[in-house]
Design a protein around this ligand. Structure first.
Ligand code: XLS
Ligand code: NI
Ligand code: NI
Length: 435
């Protein structure tokens, strides 16, 4: 035991009336919602990078957090792992996620870096024997080091592509060995700063080849988890190729990868792409691409991916409705891709962020479940599309009617379709009864 969280007790469910700030008031992991344990709906994960690796810097100032594990050695990384598993236990977290560079220091060579990552993975392995926390996903950091400034898979230099591939091979294997349910590809530098120096078609071909290599290797080593692309329109690149779900879908289709890859959808990234989170979820579900979720929120005034903890039940409830209607997240989960603010320097702040976030997810899940159980909302939507259940409509949709046949029927039946209300205000009020 380290003394980092000294005096902080394990967080337990204490019910909505509790005044204990470090208790769950709504997140009750064993409560059954729509026939399933709450924890199995949410599958929450703690993000190593924000919670243990981030130092509290901003563009105008450096580190604000003082953590005994900040330092360059493997011993620092081991201490970080100790504290990480202590927090997982305190929060009773079923999952965590990491990048290779979050958990272990970069070495002089890739071989040394890979060895460092493996050394900490072995520490994780031993800790996981005693802890209930499992790995939701692993990923490679292909964006911090200067070698990746012009991209990893999409770099004009094929040696950088190869270096990134070697780095991913190592983390993918480690993710597999640790029993990870998913492997994530987020392409922060897979985009461009200026079109003046960029061949977008060439870079798309490179990215597709890279992803194919990852899929092939995952199969070869027997990894049965999901491979996920995390869309984001910009930041750090001015333009990112995995702009949003629709763009990723077009890319996957072009290269024939749509059966092998799904999406990890992040709240803040949806906003940066001028969408809502539920838009991205609804679209992904309809395209068969819903894989997992990065839970957070942006400060909408700043215009940046500020990665704050979720705190809006009405918004998150609509997102959860989409997830429930899609049949849940399967092997995915809710990764808190969220960090406490740079002034939140106390160890307890790390718990407050996660406790609040989890309670918001729990309330959102229950609200979405109540909407479904009540059934009124779904009935309104069913009624809106009911015409498509009729014989002629089905035949049209199935491609069994030509334009000529459709035109003839309109004349024959003298059809004059009348507009019907979209009922937006009614629906908004209806939903507000539950959130
Ligand atoms: C950054 C991304 C990143 C990914 C993992 O905006 O959200 O944190 O989730 O590489
Ligand atoms: Ni993310
Ligand atoms: Ni993000």
């Amino acid at each position: 035991m380290t003394d980092f969280f000294k005096g902080i007790k394990p967080v337990k469910f204490a019910g909505p009336k509790s005044r204990n700030p470090l208790a769950y008031r709504h997140y009750n992991k064993d409560e059954i919602v729509l026939g399933k344990r709450m924890e199995d709906h949410v599958r929450p994960a703690i993000a190593y990078w924000h919670t243990f690796a981030w130092e509290g810097g901003d563009p105008f100032g450096g580190r604000t957090f003082e953590r005994p594990w900040f330092g360059p050695s493997l011993d620092h990384a081991k201490l970080k792992a100790d504290v990480a598993f202590e927090l997982f236990d305190l929060l009773d977290a079923p999952f965590f996620c990491f990048h290779d560079r979050d958990i272990a220091p970069e070495g002089e060579t890739l071989a040394e870096s890979n060895r460092n990552v493996r050394a900490i993975a072995e520490v994780f392995q031993r800790k996981m024997e005693k802890s209930r926390t499992r790995l939701l996903w692993g990923t490679a950091n292909l964006f911090s080091h200067r070698r990746y400034m012009s991209g990893a898979a999409t770099n004009p230099d094929p040696d950088v592509f190869a270096y990134a591939a070697a780095q991913v091979k190592n983390v993918l294997e480690i993710t597999h060995e640790l029993g990870g349910d998913n492997y994530v590809l987020w392409g922060g530098r897979e985009g461009y700063e200026t079109l003046l120096n960029t061949r977008v078609g060439q870079e798309a071909d490179q990215m597709a080849r890279f992803i194919s290599l990852v899929i092939d290797h995952a199969r070869k080593i027997g990894f049965t988890g999901q491979i996920l692309i995390e869309p984001k329109p910009q930041e750090p690149s001015k333009h990112q190729y995995d702009f949003d779900v629709a763009t990723v879908h077009g890319f996957l289709k072009k290269y024939g990868l749509e059966q092998d890859v799904k999406c990890n959808i992040e709240v803040g990234h949806a906003f940066l792409a001028n969408h809502s989170f539920e838009h991205e979820l609804a679209l992904a579900a309809s395209l068969g691409l819903l894989g997992s979720v990065d839970a957070n929120r942006n400060d909408l005034q700043s215009g940046w991916d500020t990665d704050q903890f979720p705190n809006s039940v009405p918004e998150t409830a609509l997102a959860f409705y989409q997830i429930l209607k899609a049949g849940g997240l399967g092997k995915g989960g809710f990764n808190f891709d969220a960090k406490v603010r740079r002034q939140s320097i106390d160890p307890a702040d790390l718990l407050h962020g996660h406790v609040g976030g989890l309670d918001v997810l729990a309330r959102s899940l229950k609200a979405a479940a109540a909407i479904i159980e009540d059934g009124t909302y779904d009935k309104v939507i069913d009624a809106r599309y009911a015409g498509w259940e009729e014989k002629e409509a089905k035949a049209m949709l199935a491609g069994k009617r030509s334009l000529e046949q459709i035109a003839r029927r309109i004349e024959r039946e003298n059809l004059d379709p009348q507009p019907r209300s979209g009922q937006q205000e009614y629906l908004e009020n209806l939903i507000n009864r539950f959130v």
